[in-house]
Design a protein around this ligand. Structure first.
Ligand SMILES: [Fe+2]
Ligand SMILES: [Fe+2]
Length: 285
């Protein structure tokens, strides 16, 4: 039988070789944001810009919902991973806030209008839902970011066709999401989160995220005068959901979350982190 010390040591399940290290990087992306930086596609650029707009408010919510439980975590390794998680999400938040403000100023979007509904929804959740449910929401969205991170760090990803400074920013974010992909999950398990809640919250979160991302996409395409262009939609949807598209191969990764006993590191992605770390990093860091 395991000793108490061994049981505590198992609260963190991040592999030993993966360190969750916040990298305080800034990205010089103002010029890129003026154009169709993602694969020269108005649609994909709008989709990624819309997703960026949801990040700062989401990342604040993740930090709050994990921090709520940090004093209940006895394992010092998981404790230090929580600090790494909050540090990484904090820098992501700052960089995406800068990104979003520059984007909206440059292209004439109303930032408050795009992120307002999500902000109100998450504020409502913090006030009205149990902290365990909010942690389950975080676990669910962290799974989405882990899936997207994996797709972006794979060789041949669509992000490889992005303008270089944008590629660097999104892959930096992806790598850190991958490093900390099990932190919220491990905290959830350690404080007694159930499989049932985890899966039922994922269903609702998937629905709401689809609505939020679609809303942002429609707003941006309308502002850019592309909303009613059939060719933009045809090429854009293929670029998003086609076999070689941004989300090509995403379905089995997403679906794994619903299996009993799922764990983020059952998908071993350490080689992708190694490949990213071995890449020459841009000088602006
Ligand atoms: Fe993040
Ligand atoms: Fe994250």
């Amino acid at each position: 039988m395991k000793s108490v010390a061994d049981q505590l040591a198992t609260q963190s399940s991040t592999p030993d070789e993966v360190s969750i290290k916040p990298r305080n990087r800034t990205h010089d992306i103002a010029a890129a944001l003026e154009g169709e930086w993602m694969d020269n596609s108005a649609f994909l650029t709008a989709f990624f810009n819309g997703m960026s707009i949801t990040f700062p408010v989401g990342e604040k919510f993740f930090i709050d919902s994990v921090r709520h439980y940090s004093d209940q975590i006895a394992d010092p390794v998981l404790q230090s991973e929580i600090k790494g998680f909050c540090g990484q999400e904090g820098f992501h938040r700052r960089e995406h806030q800068r990104y979003n403000e520059t984007l909206c100023t440059t292209r004439g979007y109303d930032l408050e209008k795009i992120e307002g509904t999500l902000t109100r929804r998450l504020n409502w959740a913090q006030k009205n839902l149990p902290p365990m449910t909010n942690l389950a929401v975080t676990v669910a969205i962290e799974h989405f970011t882990a899936v997207l991170a994996e797709l972006m760090l794979r060789p041949g990803s669509t992000i490889d066709n992005a303008e270089p400074s944008m590629r660097a920013l999104w892959r930096w974010h992806a790598a850190e999401e991958m490093e900390h992909k099990s932190v919220a999950f491990d905290v959830y398990k350690a404080v007694g989160g159930t499989e049932e809640l985890r899966r039922s919250v994922m269903r609702r979160v998937s629905f709401l995220m689809t609505i939020e991302l679609t809303r942002a996409l429609f707003y941006i395409l309308r502002k850019d005068g592309q909303l009613f262009s059939l060719s933009v939609w045809r090429k854009g949807l293929a670029g998003l959901f086609g076999k070689e598209g941004v989300f090509g191969g995403a379905w089995p990764l997403y679906k794994a979350f619903y299996t009993v006993g799922f764990h983020p590191w059952q998908q071993d992605t350490r080689d992708l982190l190694d490949q990213w770390a071995a890449e020459p990093q841009p000088m602006s860091y």
